[in-house]
Design a protein around this ligand. Structure first.
Ligand code: HEM
Length: 408
């Protein structure tokens, strides 16, 4: 049994984030359980090993303190203490049985019936986001289209005032700043602390107002679930924070990645135009082939062997779901973008108990977005380079993507 494996692999450059898949392929074949010195963490790239990591309780989600320590975010000052106290309560950072209780609370808002009721409002949001594309025949898919859809969808579900929404865009981006490679600076950490403080204060106020005047929205549902259960006291604020933080950048990237994948594969776009019945397949294939999230993260709580490599207690593991999605032992011809795949168990939304509660919402957003975009007879790249600055293991997508819609 070895303690670490492999030669050097670049996992932090912009070119890695632009196309991480050749590196993942090399890792899967040469060093599937790879100790990555710069992060002092293990990188897991084979689908079968990722299944193990997500199901073995030795790989724990309860890791907020250790994660903050690694990012230099622990401190005796009030802002650091407040942040750790709040973030430690997120569902992301819980194991059963606490995790199970919180899932019951949050999943009530994401039933298929609730999402189907939301569809017409979402379609209207998509229409609004297409104003520029329609009037100018050109738009930045990120800033003009995906971001407004993603933030307004969450804001409508939570009934957040229209005037506050741009603030949420800034907040959601600030929350991720120290997560990128080479950007964990004092400034990024300070803006994370400050944003976390402002967002919690804002949400505490909204929750109090909503408690007094409930409505037909997710915050009111969280309050109803919290009331009468002392174990859930304060969770409406915590869970609202988590969903706004988790749902905006991810959805923005997935909407953009889907458009980009179709632009890069015109044969798939033509097939989709000819047969709208392929929309669901196109969504699943974009999630598999161009996922907005590269990895999920766990803390190893006891020395554990994984595929012949020892993972010592106290080490983090990054389970690269984006690599599992291209693992040939899971998907035939995995690098081919094929919207007609009949079996597509992509891992983009995770595996097991922590499976993303927002998955159905994202699928609905992409479906409505494609439905509207397919009305344009042609899509073309505008000749402006796009880049992956700001991408990291959690969030991957271009920072802009200019597209033109010629009329004929
Ligand atoms: C394409 C978009 C998205 C992707 C790729 C994505 C991916 C993921 C993944 C991989 C996990 C599992 C994390 C783990 O196992 O530790 C997760 C969890 C989570 N996601 Fe998403 N997500 C997306 C959108 C959303 C949206 C729109 C929301 C909310 C509205 C959301 C809320 C959450 C929450 C609350 C969790 C924690 C669940 C738990 O720990 O049990 N996500 N997501």
């Amino acid at each position: 049994m070895s303690t670490s494996t492999g030669a050097d692999f670049d996992l932090t450059s912009e070119s890695f984030f632009a196309n991480p898949f050749p590196t993942f392929e090399r890792l899967r074949t040469q060093a599937p359980v790879y100790f990555f010195e710069p992060y002092q963490s293990f990188i897991i790239t084979r689908g079968a090993d990722i299944e193990v990591v997500t199901k073995n309780p030795r790989f724990s989600s309860q890791r907020a303190t250790e994660m903050f320590a690694g990012m230099g975010l622990l401190g005796e000052d009030a802002a650091s203490k407040e942040m750790l106290a709040n973030w430690s309560r997120l569902t992301f950072f819980q194991d059963a049985p606490r995790h199970t209780l919180l899932r019951q609370l949050i999943m009530k808002g994401f039933t298929p019936a609730a999402l189907e009721r939301f569809r017409p409002r979402l379609a209207a949001l998509v229409e609004r986001a297409l104003v520029k594309g329609r009037s100018q025949g050109e738009m930045d898919v990120v800033a003009d289209f995906a971001e407004p859809i993603a933030i307004n969808a969450i804001a409508e579900l939570f009934a957040l005032p229209e005037a506050d929404r741009s603030r949420f865009v800034r907040w959601a981006k600030d929350l991720l700043k120290p997560a990128g490679a080479g950007v964990n600076t004092d400034d990024a950490r300070n803006s994370l602390r400050q944003t976390s403080h402002e967002m919690f204060a804002y949400l505490r106020d909204i929750v109090e107002k909503r408690r007094a005047a409930p409505g037909d929205d997710l915050i009111s549902q969280l309050i109803a679930g919290e009331d009468g259960n002392p174990q859930l006291a304060g969770e409406a604020v915590i869970q609202s924070f988590q969903m706004i933080g988790a749902g905006f950048v991810t959805s923005t990237n997935q909407l953009t990645n889907t458009v980009l994948a179709l632009l890069k594969h015109p044969e798939a776009l033509s097939a989709l135009r000819a047969d709208r019945g392929l929309v669901r397949g196109a969504i699943e294939e974009s999630l598999r082939h161009e996922p907005a999230v590269l990895s999920i993260n766990r803390l190893c709580k006891e020395d554990t062997e994984l595929s012949g490599t020892l993972i010592p207690k106290g080490r983090f593991v990054y389970a690269m779901v984006a690599s599992a999605n291209r693992d040939p032992s899971m998907f035939p011809d995995p690098d081919r973008f094929d919207i007609t795949r009949t079996s597509n168990r992509q891992m983009t939304f995770g595996v097991g108990a922590h499976y993303c509660p927002g998955a159905s919402l994202v699928r609905l957003e992409v479906e409505e977005a494609l439905r509207a975009l397919l009305e344009f007879p042609r899509w073309e790249f505008v000749d402006r380079p796009y880049n992956y600055q700001g991408s990291n293991f959690q969030d991957r997508g271009p920072s802009s993507l200019h597209v033109r819609f010629p009329r004929s």
